[in-house]
Design a protein. Structure first.
Length: 166
């Protein structure tokens, strides 16, 4: 990759660092990444946020381009755990075998509003939240973490459902 280790102030994760992220996905969410681990390049910013970029970026003369932002926000490395973004949960959720919690319709509505939910203990890990529609389609809604009787919501304010009362 042109011997460049940074793109737009983001570090390109080497194979050992990428393997560490993939191992966390398997450990936390039961996601086996062996079949897809080579599809993306992982980048990390100074805040430990992980972004995915197509390997086709290697073809771009990015050293000659002014790049404002790059990649899809996948998640954040947080105290040795991986908290997934909404898109990160949508990417790995269908293949994840642990730490996935099912929300009912009322909980799903509150979740997308950004509300912390009263919830049974889900353990110390981050969990993927999902909702199954009446037609059987599963929607993956992001990540939460259990604390003090609540499932803490990490949906950013800019992405929350806003309900306006008439």
């Amino acid at each position: 990759m042109h011997n460049i280790h940074f793109i737009n102030n983001m570090k390109i994760l080497n194979s050992r660092e990428t393997k560490n992220i993939l191992e966390k996905l398997e450990e936390q969410y039961g996601y086996n990444a062996t079949r897809t681990e080579l599809e993306y390049i992982m980048l990390m910013n100074k805040d430990n946020r992980i972004y995915l970029v197509s390997r086709n970026i290697e073809r771009l003369p990015y050293d000659k381009l002014k790049i404002d932002s790059i990649g899809m926000y996948f998640g954040e490395l947080y105290k040795e755990s991986l908290r997934l973004s909404i898109e990160g949960s949508q990417m790995i959720g269908p293949e994840s075998t642990k730490n996935v919690v099912e929300l009912n319709h009322e909980q799903m509505i509150e979740w997308i509003k950004g509300v912390d939910l009263e919830f049974e203990d889900t353990g110390r890990h981050f969990v993927i939240t999902k909702y199954t529609n009446t037609d059987g389609r599963q929607d993956f809604l992001g990540c939460g973490k259990y604390k003090d009787g609540k499932l803490m919501n990490f949906v950013s304010k800019s992405r929350r459902l806003i309900v306006v009362n008439n």
